[in-house]
Design a protein around this ligand. Sequence first.
Ligand SMILES: [Zn+2]
Length: 565
Amino acid sequence: MASIPNEFIESLLDRIDIHDVVGARVQLKKAGKDYSGLCPFHAENTPSFTVSQQKQFYHCFGCGKNGSAIGFLMEYEGLDFIDAIKDLAQLAGMQVPSIDNYAGQKPKTNLFAVTEKTTRIFQQQLKTSPQIIEYLKNRGLCGQTCKTFQLGYALNEWDALLKRFDQSEHDLLKRTGLSTQNDQQHTYDKFRNRLMFPIHDKRGRVIAFGGRAVEAEQKPKYLNSPETDLFHKSNELYGLHLARKHSNESFILVVEGYMDVIALHEHGVKNSVATLGTATSAQHISNLFKVWDRIVFCFDGDSAGIQAAEKALSTALPLYLDNKIIDFLFLPQGEDPDSFIMKNGKESFDLKVDQATPLSDFLLQVISKGINTKSIDGKAQLHEKAKPYLNQLPKGAFKKMMTQQISQVSGMMLSIKDQPKSQQSEVKPVTENPFRKLISLLLNSPHFCKNIPNDLNLHKLSFKGVEIIDKIVEIQRHNPQINAAAMLEHFRDSDYSPYLGQLMRMYDHLDDAEKALEFADIISYLQQLNSKAEIERLRNKQMESGLNSAEKQSLVQLLRQKTNQ
Ligand SMILES: [Zn+2]
């Protein structure tokens, strides 16, 4: 997104020293290889704010805020990204490349004009469809609510919308995802015979649409606009522009569908938003925490709902600060907020919200699932299973409390910091999510990238985060000298940004030589996994269709390596 080229940002971060930038605003004291001071972003009496010159990175162990010198200026001075860059460039005596030249993006104003006009067209067409009006009435929605959410109808024709726009605007229609092309280059309307839900950005501008099928046999039931210049679904939440008007409410509800948001609104619950067919992202959570201090995730009580809740939990853990609250609301099996509030009314729903499961309880449930915590074996299992979860929590009272609670149940003391190297090499390299560790090491020491063996195919392993590793490797290839803070800046606009900030300090207790050893351990573990997967693939193929001679040779070689390990 940045309209300033990455190369400029990299050389800027190379030129300035974060110690100067922070030190001019916060009193810093040398503490070991880093500096520490009182955090300017939360009230504290003992310093938990650190600045690392080596990484060019600041981090607060109290409130979790972290970032480069750019991020610090933005947070401290309330600047936007471009202005923070300008300030730093002045400090470094550098000339910011003309921003207009780097705008690079076509103006979005025309696109908004198209989405707004389309919204009006769909709204008018709704009046012509008795079937849809009947459907909305049956769902208990009044005319005013339909108007508030700007509900509409896309006609059952291939070019009804195209025909409403001038030929010269057809390219814009395509860029908003409202029209699409088949293999024969024939252009037609993306949404046909659907109840239409405009999706707004937080300022209330229409950026995309969701369409619900009208006929039972129509597939898919829900169709969303594709990703476009206006619409990045993992950043956006349905209904946020309306919910923001209720920022005085003590919490925000996160539900799963547009109809849930609308039905809740109809019944007077106006502080809800929905994810747009994606899991809750870190970006979603941090955006919501800027407005509300409590998030209530609402899920269906069936197994898919629980699974989605577990996913939300693991996204939320690194962002869970002591002054924020996250709760999980599970509705009875088969119910969603829409059906629940229609049957039971607002009071019952409010009661459910009051009784929502706190994150701490849900976390305990997830950790102890399938484990008999009464048995000695079970206690040991619990202890092991808890570690990666607790490691993700930012330092603070909540983390302490959870650690104590699990230590009590398991009867073992949990040490949450990673084990010192000497013990770790005796144990096996820890197998729990090696990608997180790899990412942390590569961010800290980008030069490790060149030591990833060519024949190690990380894409074959089923861990999340391979795309992050790919990106880090590519960035390092373009700039082999890049430092940790500049590396992190490349991810500023990605969903991973808060997560990566947290990962930066995973190996703070190790020196460079120890980090190199840890890196080698992880690589060798991943190589073992890689060959295991390849052996399995070849064996399966052998059973099914037989192997050619090259494959046979490779299998023998892999098996031989395995016995040598
Ligand atoms: Zn702080």
